[in-house]
Design a protein around this ligand. Structure first.
Ligand code: A2P
Length: 285
């Protein structure tokens, strides 16, 4: 079974979930249904900008598992930041999902010029108080972004979802999050997708075929993907690998019957090259 991580407001979040970025409606609905009904996932991560909230919601609603046993995250898109526009965007997300509440609502990116970002955070605090989201948080925050929220808000974000994988272990942000009671969640935990036409450059995924990771995997009868997911788990991170393929969806949750050794974790640390697959949060305007 997938361990639960307790957030700073007491809400419990499954440490592993299914990501659905870049998945169209049909693939999303099928993948989410399979993940919940057949593979044992209880946590789905979507966003307004992914365009597939309706498919996620339909699969969650029509699955054989009660709504309250599934953890659903969605995110506020940049264009909707601001006080009233945030509330309206949240309402629209709930409507598309066809749900009465979400478990976690995140601000997708910090925007430069902190006033709107702060206003947006205060709007999320109102949503939290309304009970329509069980927790609120941010994504792509560096320590200086979080510092701004600590200064102006009254709720500490429960989660900071950031790009994180063996090429980009994000030590500084993780340590800052931990010091402030913010759970770090990893996006592109396997190093992202080949088809990624977004970010500073469209880079092929070199981690899934990395000889060190496949070698460590072979020693445990596991794949490089499973080694990476296990690495996130043992690092105390929440992890949301994306796949629309049934065999991979199953494979990615089959990581609770082995353990990486201290030596293997040390070797994986050698893959840190500081390379992002997505945008640098400071580059958003
Ligand atoms: P697909 O949906 O075609 O399976 P991320 O790091 O963003 O989670 O990206 C994972 C990428 O790797 C996705 O493009 C996904 O594509 C693919 N993928 C997911 N799980 C596996 C796996 N177990 N083995 C190989 N590729 C995978």
């Amino acid at each position: 079974p997938v361990p639960l991580i307790t957030l700073n407001n007491g809400v419990r979040m499954p440490q592993l979930g299914l990501g659905v970025w870049q998945a169209g409606d049909a693939d999303t609905e099928r993948a989410v249904r399979f993940a919940i009904d057949e593979a044992g996932y209880r946590h789905i991560d979507t966003a307004r900008i992914y365009g597939n909230e309706a498919a996620v919601g339909k699969a969650v609603r029509e699955s054989s598992v009660p709504r309250e046993e599934i953890f659903v995250t969605t995110k506020l898109w940049n264009a909707d930041q601001g006080d009233g526009s945030t509330i309206a965007a949240f309402d629209a997300s709930l409507q598309r999902l066809g749900l009465d509440y979400v478990d976690l609502y995140l601000i997708h990116w910090p925007l430069k010029g902190s006033d709107r970002f702060i206003e947006t955070w205060l709007a999320l605090e109102k949503l939290l108080a309304s009970g329509r989201t069980r927790a609120i948080g941010v994504a792509n925050n560096k320590p200086h972004h979080l510092q701004t929220l600590f200064e102006h808000g009254s709720v500490v974000p429960a989660v900071n979802q950031i790009e994180l994988h063996p090429h980009l272990p994000q030590h500084l942000t993780r340590e800052f999050d931990e010091d402030h009671g913010v759970v770090t969640e990893s996006w592109s935990p396997l190093g992202g997708s080949d088809r990624q036409g977004w970010g500073p450059a469209s880079k092929p995924n070199t981690l899934l075929g990395d000889p060190l990771l496949t070698g460590i995997g072979a020693a445990h009868g596991k794949t490089a993907a499973q080694v990476m997911i296990r690495w996130h788990i043992q690092n105390g991170l929440v992890v949301i690998p994306k796949s629309v393929h049934e065999d991979r969806i199953r494979q990615n949750i089959d990581v609770f019957d082995f353990e990486l050794t201290g030596g293997e974790i040390e070797q994986i640390a050698g893959l840190d090259n500081g390379q992002r697959v997505g945008k640098d949060p400071d580059d958003f305007v």
